[in-house]
Design a protein around this ligand. Sequence first.
Ligand SMILES: Nc1ncnc2c1ncn2[C@@H]1O[C@H](COP(=O)(O)OP(=O)(O)OP(=O)(O)O)[C@@H](O)[C@H]1O
Length: 510
Amino acid sequence: MSSAEAPPAVELRGITKRFPGVVANKDIDITVKAGTIHAIVGENGAGKSTLMKILYGVQKPDEGTIAVNGEQVEFASPADAIAHGIGMVFQHFKLADNFTVTENVVLGAEKLHGIGTGARDEIQRISTAYGLHVNPDVMVDRLGVGARQRVEILKVLYRGAKIIILDEPTAVLVPQEVDELFANLGQLKAQGFTIIFISHKLDEVRQVADTITVIRRGTTVATVDPTSVTSRELAELMVGSALPTPQTEESTVTDEVVLSVAGLNLPSAEGGSPLLTDVDLVIHAGEVLGIAGVEGNGQAELVETIMGIHVPSSGSVTLLGKDLAGWSTRAIREAGVGYIPEDRHRHGLLLESPLWENRILGHQTEAPMAKGWLIDAGAARADTERIVTEYDVRTPSIDVTAESLSGGNQQKLIIGREMAHSPKVLIAAHPTRGVDVGAQAAIWDHIKQARREGLAVLLISADLDELMGLSDTIRVILRGRLSGTFDPATVTPQDLGAAMTGADSSKGAA
Ligand SMILES: Nc1ncnc2c1ncn2[C@@H]1O[C@H](COP(=O)(O)OP(=O)(O)OP(=O)(O)O)[C@@H](O)[C@H]1O
């Protein structure tokens, strides 16, 4: 049977989903042809994740129909979706570190091939058939990010998925890993699988997708052929208007040292390899120091040590000449350090509290919220309204819980809050992860503006475009050690990628 005659793998018709105060999906129509790669793009809060959760049975639509391979379906849970051959790879991996690849894949699907050699053989077969090279016997904590993602893909294939949904699969990958993932997706497609993926990286989407659907404010506004649009046109379709042209920047780096870290060592609590080894860095007023690295190489520990969350075994952190040893995180913040944490769910937000209470979080003793010993709720509310407008946080009101915002809008709220206190140093871990291109440009503008006014920024990011576009200096972190400096004007993504993976450890920095 030729694919032209096959029914669509997925047909969504008139999908509408409402949350209190928000229509997340409004009369969405999408047809995904079998054996194709179909990308879904749209601004933060456009409704992409909601739509995918509906297709995967996590949420129920208020209206509309879903057909899979021509058959009308209703999913009460992901188990129903899986039974119809749909699998989903989430952005935050759900693997158990202290289990092997086989154990992770089999967990919850023991009925299929048991838990012994039968299961292992099947994993090996799938792994070989689709070029998803991972050793079934290795412990997951030994695997890098790209390999962990392959395990997640193996998991859905093992459960018989023919339609695979991936939520922002490249957000955490270095360029080489992105190429590998795309090769894997190409191989799956060639063997008849259907891939649906969400992404904010428009160049990548155009490279890999057969069809792109653009969602704006909950509705499908266009379905396009990637060869017929530029990334800029796609972005304009997403936002519904023309984008500004970025300006080139003059250097604003001064001689004034704002933050310096010297000889920092942080041992591992479990007695394994040290988490940080002999880390030295200096950031001047008006300088953005970018740190590139694959997740899990010590960047989180570096940031958390600077913020007083971990106590180093040796070395110092100095802010404007003051040694921060023994300072609490609150005192460090109050001394002028803004902090955009990596894990916004754990450290950045109180998910069950309304937005205006989240505005106070970490700043309860500072203006405009503090009124003597009391909290000035009115001032906090007014400032939250200002952030919502200035940072374009899409929300029905400041009284909804932080949990109900889309991921990108949560991030915008945190950045607005941290910038509100005119910090001297901003520690920004992945500030635009999961943020759409329009909001990303706005966040970059806010950071650049503050840098012109003398802000020193420590920027941790896995997004090389962001690092190269914003940083005055780039360093790479690998297994807890910092490389020398790279000049963002001359370094290539391939050089950085190689330094990040240790593929070319001999090639030093300038
Ligand atoms: N459980 C929920 N309760 C209330 N509102 C929600 C809930 N889930 C999503 N929303 C709202 O629905 C809208 C669409 O959110 P969704 O997460 O689907 O957007 P998205 O396109 O995936 O965004 P992003 O790119 O930021 O991840 C947003 O306004 C969001 O605040």
